[in-house]
Design a protein around this ligand. Structure first.
Ligand SMILES: [Zn+2]
Length: 263
């Protein structure tokens, strides 16, 4: 029987070396898959924290990721703040009629207020304007304001001349250096106050106007003067004109009054 058997059979059980190698490799790969799976499970369990965390034990919870604090608000120093235009001091007085304010505001040239009379029984701004142009050959009405007496214009009516609207020098009080024309506001009251005094309406209007101008232009009540007081060469505005009364009224209103300047 020996002859019927091969040497390999006689040597022992037949060893399938190729099959064994493939089985071994399958086992190794399965073991590797198992090991990797186990490792993955361990990672998931460890990552979830479930294995070691008791209910309510927050100390074991993963710390929340710290986020960077929000940036501090940037100061808008580069953006200019809105600021309203600075009010022109001297350019507005409470309660004054709008036409007393020149279109371009009040110039800083005024130092005096000079009071005149027309030395005529009647008159108006337009009548004196014609006289100054045609007779004196001036450019226009020499005064800045005219206050009527009811004959030629309203009693106490205040007319604003073009020189005031333009803030232009006057032509009413000639002196060697022309200071009172260059820096004096000329107000003419219609009438002849050498013969009679101004009407009550004229004085009321004059007081209001001089209060306004004194405050708006920064003219001291002491610089509210008459034509005669400056030159000494004329009777204007007549001996019956009450300058002291006007100056007291203006000085009193400078401390408190309805025509107080807004500064
Ligand atoms: Zn005069």
């Amino acid at each position: 029987m020996t002859d019927n058997h091969t040497i390999a059979e006689l040597a022992g059980p037949k060893i399938d070396t190729a099959g064994s190698r493939s089985r071994a490799m399958r086992c190794r790969s399965e073991w590797m898959r198992w090991r990797m799976g186990a490792a993955a499970v361990a990672v998931v369990v460890a990552g979830s924290g479930c294995a070691t965390t008791r209910p309510g034990d927050v100390s074991q919870l993963p710390r929340p990721v710290k986020q960077a604090p929000p940036p501090a608000p940037t100061r808008m120093t580069s953006v200019p703040r809105y600021s309203p235009p600075a009010p022109a001091s001297r350019s507005f007085v409470d309660g004054a009629p709008p036409d007393w304010m020149p279109p371009r505001g009040i110039a800083r040239r005024w130092k005096y207020i000079v009071v005149h009379h027309s030395a005529t029984p009647t008159g108006s701004a337009s009548a004196f304007d014609r006289y100054h142009r045609n007779v004196n050959h001036w450019d226009e009405l020499g005064y800045h304001f005219v206050i009527g007496n009811g004959r030629g214009s309203g009693d106490g009516q205040i007319e604003v001349g073009p020189r005031w609207r333009k803030q232009k020098h006057g032509a009413h009080c000639k002196t060697p250096n022309n200071d009172f024309n260059d820096h004096g506001i000329g107000i003419c009251l219609v009438g002849d106050f050498g013969a009679y005094g101004p009407s009550a309406a004229q004085m009321a209007s004059l007081t209001k106007l001089v209060r306004y101008l004194s405050n708006a232009c920064g003219v001291s009540p002491r610089n509210v003067v008459t034509h005669r007081g400056v030159t000494g060469k004329t009777e204007c505005p007549g001996r019956r004109f009450p300058l002291d009364r006007l100056q007291r009224a203006v000085a009193g209103d400078t401390r408190s009054g309805s025509y107080r300047a807004s500064r």
